[in-house]
Structures are given as C-alpha cells and as structure tokens.
Design a protein around this ligand. Structure first.
Ligand SMILES: NC(=O)c1ccc[n+]([C@@H]2O[C@H](COP(=O)([O-])OP(=O)(O)OC[C@H]3O[C@@H](n4cnc5c(N)ncnc54)[C@H](O)[C@@H]3O)[C@@H](O)[C@H]2O)c1
Length: 339
C-alpha cells in the first residue's frame, strides 16, 4: 500500500512514520511506499528506509502535483500551531485551511478518475472546544460537546473537520478526524504552540535547565503521551466506519491533570531539585489562550475502539525518560537528573 504523512518531519509525524515502518502493515495491508510531505526534510534515519520518499516544500504547492496520484491512506498532520496562528492570521488560513482543502481536492481528483476513496486521518485538536456565552464549557468536554473555538487555530481545525466530514459524505475520501489532546513530553526545543510549556516544565528541569511556568499551578488540562497519541491515530485509521460510529470527530483519550499534580509527579519521578527548577512567571497572553481551553476531557468513542489513556502523569514522564535514554545523544536531555 502507498501512504502519505503530511507533516511527516514533525514531532508526531516522524514518530508515526517510525511506528508504521516498524509495524510494516496497516489495516492488514503491507506498507510498500511511505511519502513524508513536509516543508522541512525528515531525519536521515527515516529516509534511510527504502520505503520512504521525502517530499520537501509547502504542502499547498505540493497538492497541485498530487492530483491524479492515488494514495491508499493519508495521515494529515501538517499544520501551523496555535501560537503561530494567533500571531499570523494569514499563515493559519493558508497552512491549515487552504492547504487542507487543496489536499482534499487532490484526493477527490483521484476518485473522479476512478480510484477508490483514500482513507484519511486528520489530526484535529482539543482547541476546537472553548467557552461561549451561548454554550458554556462543561467540566469535561466529550465527543458530543458543541465545539466553540476561541482561537484561529481551533477554528481552522474545526472547519477542516467539517470539510473532511462532507468530502466523506460525498464519497471523495474516507475521512476521520481525531481530536488530539495536548501531547507531552515533547522532546527538543520549545515550539510556537501556546501549550508548549506543558512539556517545557518537565523537559527543561530534567535537562538541568530552568523552566518558566506561565500559568497558575491550578490550571488543569488533558494530556496524552506521544505513544498513546500515535496508537490513537493508527486505531482511528484502522477502524471501520461502523466502529467509528459516525463521520464527526472523536476525542482521543487523555489523563486529566493539574499543573501542580504534574510538578508533584516530576518530583516523585526525578526528585525535589529537578522540580525546583520550575519558576512561575505569569504570561497574560498564554494564560488568556489556555483559560479558553477545556480543563478536562472524556473519550467514549475512542474507548469503544479499545483506546485507553496513560496510567497517570508520572507514567508519561517515565516514558519520556525511557525514550531519551534510547535516543542518540539522549543522555544530555536527562543530565539534570544526575545533579
Ligand atoms: N503536539 C500536540 O500537542 C498536538 C495537540 C493537538 C493537535 N496536534 C496536531 O497534530 C499535528 C502534528 O503536531 P506536531 O506536534 O507533530 O507538530 P509539529 O509542528 O512538530 O509538526 C508539524 C509539521 O508540519 C509541517 N508543516 C506545517 N505547515 C506546513 C505546510 N504548510 N506545508 C508543509 N509542511 C508543513 C512542519 O514543518 C512540521 O514538521 C498537527 O496537526 C497539530 O495541530 C498536536
């Protein structure tokens, strides 16, 4: 089978690529060709696999050339992230909305030429939910909570969910949207997502560096590990339409946790010195974005697919430490644990 991951050089895209290549098959079919489409090149470790083809450049420009090419499956992960979309309205519209429509039209062209619809998994986000005077947020957002996004990023994700549902209704793709919870712990450097600090307050202290907490320790949020998130994307791809139970987006499972509990878990796993590297410095812009996000989520439809959240936040930290211990140069990321 021939697959594509857009955003295939990113954090989750490259992890998904590694997971798919290691499995060797998806939905019972052997993976022969995996296209990684991204504006930046994927790692050499990925392109060393003979099944991988890297296509580097803005996805919108790549989509014109895609028409007529058939993919059995696409994981559409390329996206400008929340902080970037809030700072640059045009970037969000182009990278998220215009690009997704162009991708869907390229896949539709292949159906109009006689091919079966491509199965497409879209990485939506918990950022589609937000409080509105007409639809207040419940204590926990679920699969049937009315989305009322309060950021451009969340709005673009919701518009893409609806486009995918309608292209699916018309038979142009076999689309499914999974709403990812905030994924932590993200390795490497902070990114432009407003949620970046959820990883930073764990990652930086473990590396021996100070981390800034820009929101109140009482802030609560649904978090998922990279491993559970990739497992969720693959399960949503493999699920039959009947098992999914509809065309609308579904939540992926999460651990609902307060920042103070995240820091308690950090101390339990790595010690008090590590925890003390986190310093609270309020950032009103980040706090106002986060205040409009859900503080907890449920995932009933994902549970029916057999998906479960991580055991607890300490387990998420342990997974990050285990990943770093295996990664080349990963010892540097944990040097704060030895001090
Ligand atoms: N990581 C999270 O906590 C989280 C939470 C909710 C949803 N998501 C969604 O999951 C997906 C993957 O997230 P991630 O954390 O891996 O992000 P990431 O930023 O690490 O990866 C996204 C990749 O997309 C690429 N990209 C962005 N715009 C592009 C464009 N116009 N053309 C080509 N490539 C482009 C980037 O170069 C990057 O490599 C995104 O759709 C994101 O919105 C992530």
């Amino acid at each position: 089978m021939k697959l594509m991951i857009t955003g295939g050089a990113g954090f989750l895209g490259s992890r998904l690529a590694r997971a798919l290549l290691a499995r060797g098959s998806l939905a019972g079919a052997r993976i022969e060709h995996l296209v990684l489409a991204d504006q930046v090149p994927p790692s050499a470790a990925l392109t060393a696999d003979a099944r991988v083809e890297a296509r580097v450049g803005p996805l919108l420009a790549q989509c014109a050339a895609l028409a007529g090419e058939h993919f059995d499956g696409v994981f559409h992960l390329a996206s400008a992230v929340s902080g970037e979309c809030e700072a640059d309205f045009e970037l969000g519209l182009r990278s998220n909305l215009d690009t997704t429509r162009a991708l869907l039209d390229a896949l539709r062209a292949s159906v109009l030429a006689g091919a079966p619809p491509t199965r497409l998994v879209f990485s939506s986000s918990i950022a589609v939910f937000g409080p509105d005077a007409s639809a207040l947020l419940p204590a926990q957002v679920g699969d049937t909570t009315l989305p009322a996004p309060q950021t451009s990023y969340g709005t673009q994700k919701l518009m893409c969910e609806y486009m995918i549902a309608d292209y699916t209704r018309k038979g142009y793709v076999d689309g499914r949207s999974a709403r990812l919870m905030t994924v932590a712990v993200r390795p490497g450097r902070p990114n432009g997502a407003a949620s970046s600090f959820f990883s930073g307050i764990i990652r930086e202290p473990l590396a021996g560096q100070e981390a800034i907490l820009p929101v109140s320790p009482q802030t609560a949020h649904p978090i998922s590990s990279p491993a559970r998130t990739i497992e969720g994307l693959i399960a949503v791809y493999e699920a039959s339409r009947e098992a999914l139970g509809g065309r609308l987006a579904l939540n992926l499972p999460a651990v609902n946790v307060r920042v103070s509990e995240m820091l308690d878990a950090l101390e339990a796993v790595a010690g008090r010195t590590v925890r003390e590297r986190v310093r609270f410095v309020a950032d009103p812009i980040i706090a106002s974005i986060v205040a409009n996000w859900p503080s907890a989520a449920t995932a009933e439809r994902a549970a029916r697919l057999g998906l479960r959240p991580d055991a607890d936040f300490a387990d998420i930290i342990r997974q990050y430490i285990a990943d770093c211990a295996l990664a080349p140069g990963g010892a540097e990321a944990l040097k704060g644990m030895r001090d």
